[in-house]
Write a protein that binds this ligand. Sequence first.
Ligand code: FA5
Length: 335
Amino acid sequence: MDEAITTLRDEALVALDACGDIDGLEAFRIKYLGRNGAVSGLMRSLPGLAPEARPAFGRDANKLKQEIEAAFTARRENLAVNAAADRGGVDITIPGRCLPGGHSHPVSQVSLEICDTFAAMGFDIAEGPDVETDFYNFEALNIPSHHPARDMHDTFYVSDSTLLRTHTSPMQIRAMEARRPPLRMIAPGKVYRCDSDVTHTPMFHQVEGFLVDEDVSFADLKGVLSLFIARVFSVDTAIRFRPSYFPFTEPSAEVDIACVICGGKGCRVCKHTGWIEILGAGMIDPEVFRSVGYDPEEVSGFAFGIGAERIAMLKYGIDDIRLFYENDHRFLSQF
Ligand code: FA5
């Protein structure tokens, strides 16, 4: 190879390596690859060579041109990528990031499962407002002002007569006002109480259920709730009906499930009782029927209010209800 070609080759490759930016690269292109550049200069020197030396010189000069052009293109791409990265810009050569698909919240999944279970038993679904009047949340449910039972609900008041509903039971009144018996309904939704510990959150979900017809008995209530628990958990789930008090049901009961966290031995979640309360229930009080214009001599009925978070805790073995609302993706993505 002619010495002029190898000298130019070495010089050009060193100069290309030294190009630190796009401007330097453009100067390189003009100097070596431009119309009046060094490589074209080699070509132009061809006529001055001895005729027998021209073919080899022409071939080598062409090879050099291709080599410098390829090196130039590679260097330009490399500089462009680095410049984008330095600017914090977009490097289009890096593969895109996949966004993981979302799914519904575990408490929403459980609420839906509860609704599906009752829908399969013929219950209609209704929804009502989160901001409720004192009348529907308390008065019509036989909890007049100054009734001590108001203390059972740590209420968030919006004004003197409106509040964030403390339970889904107001839906009993709204539905009974709008329809006549026989009625079989469930009403899922958010409820609010100033309450927070391992089994209580200030916002939680209930599913209200009620059935009004002729000759409805406590045995019907037990039958429906036992079927519900067998479907959502299993037929051999240990449950107990515990006498309780609600102003809008008489008699009243609370239903507990054997604590799945400790297997009934006693832990902080079940407050060392071995049981976790999942719902309140009872036979609808005659006063409630009177407040919606139903005759308690003609109809009877039962009602219940299920805590959806409690069901989710038991189903999934969660030992702190507050985990549902910390929005920790590592926790939520497990469901
Ligand atoms: C009631 O709210 C009644 N309205 C239920 C009812 C309906 C009784 C119809 C009779 C007839 P209670 O306050 O016990 O009852 O709440 C019902 C369920 O909601 C509880 O069993 C529990 O599972 C859940 N719960 C109550 N407070 C909280 C809370 N702060 N956080 C999470 N779940 C709660």
